[in-house]
Design a binder for this molecule. Structure first.
Ligand SMILES: Cc1cc2nc3c(=O)[nH]c(=O)nc-3n(C[C@H](O)[C@H](O)[C@H](O)COP(=O)(O)OP(=O)(O)OC[C@H]3O[C@@H](n4cnc5c(N)ncnc54)[C@H](O)[C@@H]3O)c2cc1C
Length: 322
């Protein structure tokens, strides 16, 4: 464990440098609050690996995800935000100072913002990586509109899969819902789903695994699966596949000190503070998040303003206290 020094101490440390943290950093650094972001991959988070973002306000023709991510990073750095490439492995509330363990050493902060996002669970089948974002998707709000009057296949049988399948019918010419075993969605959702089935908008394939996503000339054309009862191969023609088999919150470093929901997303109060005083949370890792860049950016801004209020109530001078 490294001792606290001037060099490793900051007023605010943000874990992650995706849209939520970068937006928060624009606000904190512009007000001269010493802010360090710790990022294990590339700044910009999931936005940086999204091909085209069509629903981020202010860009009438859409914007490349990487361009948006770079702009957010440049704006935060213009005001003095520092981004350190490292992975956070543990977070300790030691009272006045929080100790952040990383693979490159310890850091200390008066306030921590957790903005580590979440990963969508993958099927792990052939074709999934190859057609990622070009026929295989994990976000209906983000990519559904690319499938107007086209066939869509949705994989999953829980609440999100059923909800998103029904939402996607506003675009699709027909939708196939592929469920490995049986539907796990709530009874109310299953009743709603039945209406779409009766109207011929959705076909539900129960007890069918998804084994391969097949394409031709760079485009998805079919899902291949197996009927678990008969063992027969099942093929479903489609133009795109949306996978909703769960979320993996990036919370491995957090231990059990935070209140979380059943998925593992971290709960906050109305100030976006967790149950640990001085530790805030924003973006896709927050319970109740809407998993959109615009909302992550908004939560980042809100968290920054609440962090400022918190710091004003707990005035500090990092250098004087070392
Ligand atoms: C394929 C795809 C397409 C999408 N398309 C759209 C779209 O069109 N429109 C839209 O609004 N949204 C879209 N989204 C969702 C959007 O990207 C997210 O909602 C948004 O990026 C969330 O921002 P965030 O800052 O909360 O988290 P993230 O963007 O996930 O950023 C979190 C960051 O934290 C880092 N991190 C995680 N753990 C650690 C750790 N232990 N130590 C250090 N760093 C860590 C990660 O590397 C990452 O950079 C899409 C998502 C995907 C996957």
């Amino acid at each position: 464990m490294a001792e606290r020094t001037e060099e490793n101490s900051h007023q605010v440390i943000m874990i992650g440098a995706g849209p939520a943290a970068l937006s928060a950093a624009i606000y904190t650094t512009r007000e001269d609050i010493d802010t360090l972001l710790l990022e294990k991959a590339i700044p910009g988070g999931l936005a940086a690996v999204t091909d085209q973002v069509d629903n981020y306000p202010g860009f009438p023709d859409g914007v490349a995800g990487l361009e948006l991510a770079n702009n957010l990073q440049q704006q935060a750095e213009r005001f003095g935000a520092a981004i350190e490439p490292t992975e956070v492995t543990a977070l300790h509330d030691e009272g006045e100072w929080k100790r952040i363990e990383t693979i490159t050493g310890d850091y200390y902060a008066k306030v921590v913002l957790i903005a580590t996002g979440s990963a969508y669970k993958k099927l792990g089948v052939a074709g999934e990586e190859e057609y990622y974002a070009r026929g295989v998707h994990y976000c209906a709000t983000c990519d559904g509109a690319f499938y107007r009057d086209k066939r869509i296949a949705v994989v999953g049988g829980g609440n999100s899969a059923v909800q998103e399948a029904m939402f996607l019918t506003r675009f699709s010419s027909h939708l196939d819902l592929i469920v490995r075993s049986k539907l796990r969605a709530s009874e109310i959702l299953q009743k709603e789903l039945q209406k779409f089935v009766d109207e011929g908008k959705i076909t539900v394939h129960l007890g069918v695994t998804t084994d391969e996503i097949v394409g031709q000339e760079g485009k998805v054309t079919m899902v291949k699966g197996t009927d678990t009862e008969t063992g027969n191969e099942v093929t479903i023609d489609t133009d795109g596949v949306f996978v909703f088999i769960g979320l993996s919150p990036n919370n491995q470093f957090a231990g059990d000190q935070f209140q979380t929901d059943e998925v593992g997303l971290i709960k906050s109060d109305a100030n976006l503070m967790t149950n640990v005083p001085g530790i805030f949370v924003a973006g896709d890792i927050r319970s109740g998040a809407t998993m959109q860049i615009a909302s992550a950016v908004g939560e980042g801004a809100t968290a920054a303003l609440k962090i400022r209020e918190y710091l004003e109530g707990h005035p500090i001078d990092v250098q004087a206290e070392v």
